[in-house]
Design a protein around this ligand. Structure first.
Ligand code: LLP
Length: 439
């Protein structure tokens, strides 16, 4: 992946930095992010749009991986940001990100979050329900403001992906179905309000998608909706967001579609479909998350106990696990790994890589080949962990969240410090009656 390579010592390097040095300096588990690859992925989207469809916006879906350094990098690359919570808004703001370049998502935004979003000036509210529409109208009216919105709708497209993480079907907690005229009715409602300004429509058809057909169909349905709204109300949507969802390569055999092809596909579908319906070309927006950061991430662990159960299997335990990567336990997600300080060794030993959490399901990789001479104290690298790993980390068993380093051109920069035990307990309070010696 990206700049990953092997040096003369047989060690893994990322961004020109030996990961053995990174482990020594920052400890393990450690999230390593290949900055050059993140930038390359951002540019692949931006440059293809420039070529195919110059009226565009690429909003990085920050839920995939967010810290202030990532927000700043996205800003440098000219990306906007998709944020879904008060926390993501606060981090984005802390990074000095221009808030007018944010899209605020969420199916159940709280009044407090909406207030914060209005205060800091998020660019668009992506409205998920008619209840939110009225909440926004009232809150904007109280402040004598107008807020710009996109309506999130569900085009009823089922993208090929894992059941738990697909959001495009009719039966979804996200968005307003186009089917049954519900989206049309919501648009009508939005246009009646005076403190929300509808700019267009949004959809997100799923995640880890390998086939562009779903996007093509979704564009047609979104344009049908825009045409129906125009015919009924005279309102012309000037923005169309097709969400994120492009798949990445986790293991041998995954065949992701390059960003260029997604952009070409969406551009062609809109360029063909809008004029057919008498619609002007809208600004085309996408929200890639995983495909920007997943392959840029490597998690580095220290190998501990290697437990051989004769005739059954060998468990290789590392110093992290489901707390820093919940995806195998949650989605049966697969990864590849390597013994990072023994890349030259033959990979003839088969092991199941487990973590140190108190749960049998804490398995990171099942029955994978590793260096024959793997031993406690070695470093294990798990690849393509850049998306939905750090951002989905938990404190189960009170393990602190690992540090994150950005590596680039032979340099490493710590961008998230390793959490301390004290920080984990910083919000704990001990009532008087529970203190030692209390009667
Ligand atoms: N836009 C919206 C409205 C979304 O809901 C999402 C992801 C994205 C963009 C970015 O999608 P991406 O390009 O990253 O596929 N935790 C799961 C993935 C959940 C995705 C949720 N929404 C996982 O680890 O696979």
């Amino acid at each position: 992946y990206g700049t990953a390579a092997q040096n003369a010592l047989g060690h893994l390097t990322v961004g020109g930095v030996d990961v053995v040095d990174l482990a020594r300096e920052y400890g393990t588990p450690l999230y390593i992010m290949d900055e050059a690859l993140i930038r390359r992925n951002c540019r692949a989207y931006v440059e293809s749009f420039r070529q195919h469809y110059p009226n565009f916006d690429v909003a990085y879906a920050s839920k995939a991986f967010l810290c202030t350094a990532m927000a700043a990098l996205a800003e440098q690359e000219g990306l906007s940001l998709d944020v879904v919570s008060g926390g993501e808004i606060a981090t984005t703001r802390q990074a000095g990100f221009p808030m007018e370049r944010t899209y605020f998502h969420g199916n159940n935004k709280s009044p407090e979050e909406i207030r914060l979003a209005m205060e800091v000036g998020v660019g668009r509210f992506v409205v998920d329900s008619t209840r939110e529409l009225h909440l926004l109208e009232n809150m904007a009216a109280e402040r004598g403001r107008t807020v710009r919105i996109l309506l999130r709708v569900t085009p009823g497209v089922e993208a090929h992906t894992h059941e738990y993480i697909s959001t495009g079907q009719l039966d979804s907690k996200f968005g307003i179905p186009i089917a049954g005229g519900l989206a049309l009715e919501a648009a009508r409602e939005a246009l009646r309000l005076s403190h929300v300004e509808l700019t267009g429509f949004h959809c997100h058809i799923g995640s880890q998608i390998f086939d562009l057909e779903g996007y093509r169909i979704a564009v047609q349905r979104m344009l049908d909706l825009a045409a129906a709204v125009r015919a009924e109300t005279g309102f012309t949507a000037s923005e169309l967001s097709m969400g994120g969802g492009l798949g990445v390569r986790y293991v041998e055999g995954d065949r992701p579609v390059p960003p260029e092809e997604l952009v070409a596909c969406l551009s062609a579908a809109v360029r063909g479909g809008a004029p057919e319906r008498g619609l002007p070309l809208p600004k085309l927006i996408i929200e890639p998350g995983r495909s920007i950061v997943a392959e840029a991430g490597t998690t580095l662990y220290t190998v501990g106990t290697i437990k051989e159960i004769p005739g059954v299997r060998t468990y290789l335990a590392v110093d992290g696990g489901m707390g820093d990567n919940i995806r195998p336990a949650l989605y049966h997600a697969e990864y590849e790994c390597a013994v990072a300080n023994k890349l030259g060794s033959e990979r003839t030993r088969r092991v199941t890589v487990v973590g140190r959490y108190c749960e049998s399901g804490d398995v990171l990789l099942t029955d994978v080949p590793v260096a024959a001479d793997v031993a406690p104290g070695d470093l294990l690298a798990v690849f393509a962990t850049g998306a939905y790993n750090y951002s989905m980390a938990s404190h189960y068993n009170r393990f602190p969240t690992p540090a994150v380093v950005f590596v680039s051109d032979g340099r490493a920069d710590l961008v998230v410090r390793r959490e301390s035990f004290a920080e984990m307990a910083a919000n704990d309070l001990l009532p008087e009656r529970l203190r030692a010696g209390a009667p």
